[in-house]
Ligand binder design. Structure first.
Ligand code: FMN
Length: 160
């Protein structure tokens, strides 16, 4: 194993204590379908920081409600959403780790069922789903849908 794995890494003004980074992992666990972080997210992310990871990246977090992959996705489309995540970011910092977040928009892949749930992939409007927006002529393999602009995008950024 390369010895530098446990060496600090400085990226601009942020110093990461080691090169172990937790990838963003969708939890589909906002059971109230409001995009607000819960104890689940706090424990899921916080425990990785306790474990010593240098960076902990929160899952794909939707920048608007219709940008969620599923209705249960985490979101950050209001101050209330940022406030719900703030204690987790602070806890991660207290552990000496760097909190980060993957800002995301599911585009035409939005409004689908959680991976472990049975039934059709699409969540219909009368089930709490919505009409996704994405590139107009490109079909989504999972759902065979075409949707309107804009295109999907994903940005990963630090919260500092
Ligand atoms: C449960 C789970 C959820 C994931 N959610 C996301 C996600 O939100 N965003 C993302 O870009 N990748 C997601 N991935 C992919 C991981 O971030 C990672 O890229 C993938 O597991 C490969 O990493 P590895 O090469 O270190 O094994 C997820 C993976 C798993 C296992």
């Amino acid at each position: 194993m390369n010895a530098s794995l446990f060496e600090p890494l400085t990226l601009r003004e942020t110093t990461i204590p080691n090169r172990v980074m937790v990838s963003p992992m969708c939890q589909y666990s906002c059971d109230d379908r409001d995009g607000l972080a819960t104890d689940w997210h706090h424990v899921h992310l916080g425990s990785r920081a306790v474990g010593g990871a240098g960076v902990v990246i929160a899952e794909a977090t939707a920048v608007e409600p219709r940008g969620r992959i599923s209705p249960e996705d985490l979101g950050i489309w209001s101050q209330e959403h940022a406030d719900a995540l703030a204690p987790t970011a602070e806890f991660i910092r207290e552990q000496g780790s760097v909190p980060a977040i993957q800002l995301a928009h599911a585009g035409r892949k939005a409004s689908t069922r959680r991976p472990w749930e049975d039934g059709p992939r699409l969540v219909k409007q009368d089930e709490g789903g919505w009409t996704p927006r994405g590139p107009p002529t490109i079909r989504t393999p999972a759902t065979r849908r075409t949707r309107r602009r804009p295109s999907a995008w994903i940005v990963t950024t630090s919260t500092r």
